[in-house]
Structures are given as structure tokens and as C-alpha cells.
Write a protein that binds this ligand. Structure first.
Ligand code: NAD
Ligand code: DAU
Length: 342
């Protein structure tokens, strides 16, 4: 099996590469990544010397670079993780989100058509469905829920999903889409809720919770997401969308308190700050289709996954301390410096 993974130097893409090396040791993996602020080549150190792994630094929007890689490697499967992925950054500056997430996807789709790739898989998100109210716990996102994105990030992901479906209908390109809920685990960039709170708590910094922290996310350990994608690209039906989530809804404030408890840090570090603009209230995935068709079920319970994740950040301080000491400082000042405390 020859697989091209885009965005493999980021959080989920790198975990997917590690997962596939274990689950399918005979596969060849080529990773293409632009190495934006969110990509880190050191993350891929465990596979870099592997003869069945190749890393290429390139932008998925660079058609010539993408086509020449397809010509050389003839991938049978393409899994597209490459994206601008942070909602707060998309609110500050949407343009790069449209470029990478939509136009980059289109270049990959064209390459798959041109070179006869057997499966293009788009790693999408539950955020394309918009949000659910807090007072209707019986509601869940199914694959039939209409797309209704709220942020520039989720709009760009929804646009890419529509393009992927159009290439299936118009050109018969064998595609699939997974829409997963919030992931957590090793190698997540510390701009996202869980690693940001762990890194801040370990550095004795305040823990900025947006609004009252009552927004709900549906958390899934990253390896469970990777296993779902592995199943979809090998056994899933072309043209289909699969929702991925583990029925693990948590309020943000409860997650931050749990992190304080696990690290033995005081809850007095928590500060409530000005809310995110257009902040989605609740995400909740119904994963019945992937369970029924592909036998997927989450394996890691949240309490265990959070412990493993915290352990990883404690054992790999150099990975995230290097990140937070660089240009991240400017990001942090810009995003949090002027945020009003509630
Ligand atoms: P991430 O930000 O950690 O990693 C993104 C990677 O893509 C980085 O390595 C970056 O260098 C690379 N990249 C960005 N622009 C590129 C370009 N133009 N060309 C090539 N490479 C480029 O993101 P993540 O959290 O690992 O998310 C991966 C994918 O999964 C995204 O498509 C995201 O929308 C989706 N997703 C994420 C979550 C989550 O909770 N993190 C949940 C569901 C879906
Ligand atoms: O649902 C899947 C999505 O999950 C992915 O598509 C996105 O790529 C990923 O970034 C994530 O989006 P969220 O916006 O849900 O994740 P984030 O970690 O940014 O925020 C989680 C919740 O925590 C959200 O309600 C906002 C809140 N939050 C976040 C940060 C960074 C805070 O209260 N304080 C913070 O400092």
C-alpha cells in the first residue's frame, strides 16, 4: 500500500503516520508538509530513518510540486490532513484558511484525478455542522445534518467537503470524508485548549477560559481517530461521509479543572476572559454509521487518555517548551494580551 499523507508534521497527521506504521508495517508512507508554525519536523524523528518513509517539504497549493510528487510516488491512497486548523487564528485572519483548506484541497483532488489515485480521503471536522444548543442533549450531528459552519475555519472546511463531494459526483473520483470531533493527545500544538492549559499550568501561568467555560466539546483520543481513518481508507465505501466521535461530551471549565487536579495545581489559576466571537456552543457526534459499517468504537476512555496526554507533556517538555519560547510568545500576547478579564 502506498499512502501519501499531507500535513503529517502536525498533530493528527503525525499520530496517523505512527499508527499506520504499526497497523500496516508493509505500507510506504510519503508525507508532504509545508512546515507552517504548526508543523514540526522533530515530531517525525521516530520514522525519519525508516526506508519506507519519505518526507517532502512542500505546500499543497503548489501544483507543480504536488504533481511531480504524484508522478514519482504513484500513491494509491491520499489522506489530506494539511490545513490551517485553529479557529481563533481564522477569526483574526481568514485568508490563509481559504487558500490552504480550499484551494490546497482542490490541487490534491486534481492530482488524484490526473494520476488515477484509488482513494482520496478528506480529514474534515464536526465543526462543518455548526453547533447544537446546550439545552437539547438528545440532539447529535449525523451525516445527514445540514452543513452550517460558524467560523472562517469551519466554513473553509465545509467548502472543501463540498468540493470533494463534487469531484465524486462529477468525475467519479473515489473519495471519502471523515468528520471528527475534538482530538487530544501527544504532539498537539499548545494553542489548543488541552495542551495550552497543561503548558500554562506547568509554567504557573493563568488559565484563560473563554466566557463562563460552559461550551461543550466531544473529546476523542487521537489514536482512536487515526484508527477510524485507517478503517475508512481501507474498508469504507467511496463517496461516503463518516462521523467519528466517542460520546464524550465535556464542558470546557470541567476539563480545565481536571487538568488542575491531575497536575496538583490550584484552580485559582483559572481566569475567565472575553468570549470567542461566534463561539459554537456544543458539538456532539453520532458515530452510529462508522460503528455499524466498519465496526469502529473508541478504545481510550477520557480519564485514561487525559492522564496519558498529561504524562506525555511532562515527559516531553523540550518539545513544547521550544514552541512556546519562540514566535508563539507574539501570538499569545496578540490573542490573550488584550482579552478583557470577566
Ligand atoms: P495541525 O495544525 O496540528 O497540523 C496541520 C499541519 O498541516 C501542519 O503540520 C502544517 O505544517 C501543515 N500545513 C498547513 N498548511 C499547509 C500547506 N499549505 N501545505 C502543506 N502542509 C500544510 O492540525 P491538526 O489538529 O493535526 O488537524 C489536522 C486535520 O484534522 C485538519 O484538516 C483539521 O481540520 C482536522 N481536524 C482536526 C481536529 C482536532 O481536534 N485537532 C478534529 C477534527 C478534524
Ligand atoms: O471539533 C473539531 C475541531 O476541534 C477541529 O476541527 C479544530 O481544528 C480544532 O482546533 C478544535 O476546535 P475548537 O475550537 O473546538 O478547539 P480549541 O482547542 O481551540 O477550543 C476548545 C474549546 O475551548 C472551545 O470552546 C474554546 C475554548 N477555549 C480555547 C482556548 C484555546 C478556551 O476557553 N480558552 C482557550 O484559551
Amino acid at each position: 500500500m502506498r499512502i501519501l499523507v499531507t500535513g503529517g508534521a502536525g498533530f493528527i497527521g503525525s499520530n496517523f503516520i505512527f499508527y499506520m506504521r504499526k497497523a500496516h508495517p508493509d505500507c510506504r508512507i510519503v508525507c508532504i508538509d509545508k512546515l507552517t508554525y504548526a508543523g514540526d519536523l522533530s515530531t517525525l524523528a521516530p520514522v525519519m530513518e525508516d526506508p519506507d518513509f519519505r518526507f517532502v517539504r512542500a505546500d499543497i497549493c503548489d501544483r507543480a510540486a504536488v504533481y511531480s510528487l504524484f508522478e514519482e510516488e504513484e500513491p494509491e491512497i491520499v489522506v489530506n490532513f494539511a490545513a490551517e486548523s485553529h479557529v481563533d487564528r481564522s477569526i483574526e485572519d481568514p485568508e490563509i484558511f481559504l487558500r490552504t483548506n480550499i484551494l490546497g484541497t482542490q490541487v490534491l483532488l486534481d492530482a488524484c484525478r490526473k494520476f488515477g489515485t484509488e482513494r482520496f480521503h478528506q480529514v474534515s471536522t464536526d465543526e462543518v455542522y455548526g453547533d447544537l444548543p446546550l439545552d437539547r442533549p438528545e440532539l447529535f450531528f449525523t451525516e445527514e445534518t445540514p452543513l452550517s459552519p460558524s467560523s472562517p475555519y469551519s466554513s473553509s472546511k465545509a467548502s472543501a467537503d463540498l468540493l470533494v463531494q463534487a469531484y465524486y459526483r462529477t468525475y467519479g473520483l473515489p473519495v471519502s470524508i471523515s468528520r471528527c470531533s475534538n482530538n487530544y493527545g501527544p504532539y498537539q500544538f499548545p494553542e489548543k485548549l488541552i495542551p495550552l492549559m497543561i503548558a500554562n499550568a506547568l509554567s504557573g501561568k493563568s488559565l484563560p477560559v473563554y466566557g463562563q467555560g460552559l461550551n461543550v466539546r466531544d473529546w476523542l483520543y487521537v489514536e482512536d481517530h487515526c484508527r477510524a481513518i485507517g478503517l475508512i481508507v481501507t474498508k469504507g465505501r467511496p463517496g461516503e461521509v463518516y462521523n467519528v466521535g466517542g460520546h464524550n461530551e465535556m464542558r470546557n471549565i470541567d476539563i480545565v479543572k481536571l487538568i488542575c487536579q491531575e497536575l496538583g495545581k490550584p484552580e485559582s489559576l483559572i481566569v475567565h476572559v472575553e468570549d470567542r466571537k461566534g463561539h459554537d456552543l456544543r458539538y456532539a457526534i453520532d458515530p452510529a454509521k462508522i460503528s455499524r459499517e466498519l465496526g469502529w468504537l473508541p478504545e481510550t476512555k477520557f480519564q485514561d487518555g487525559l492522564k496519558k496526554t498529561i504524562r506525555w507533556y511532562l515527559d516531553n517538555r523540550s518539545w513544547w517548551e521550544r514552541i512556546v519560547s519562540g514566535e508563539y510568545q507574539d501570538y499569545y500576547k496578540k490573542m490573550y494580551g488584550s482579552r478583557i478579564r470577566l
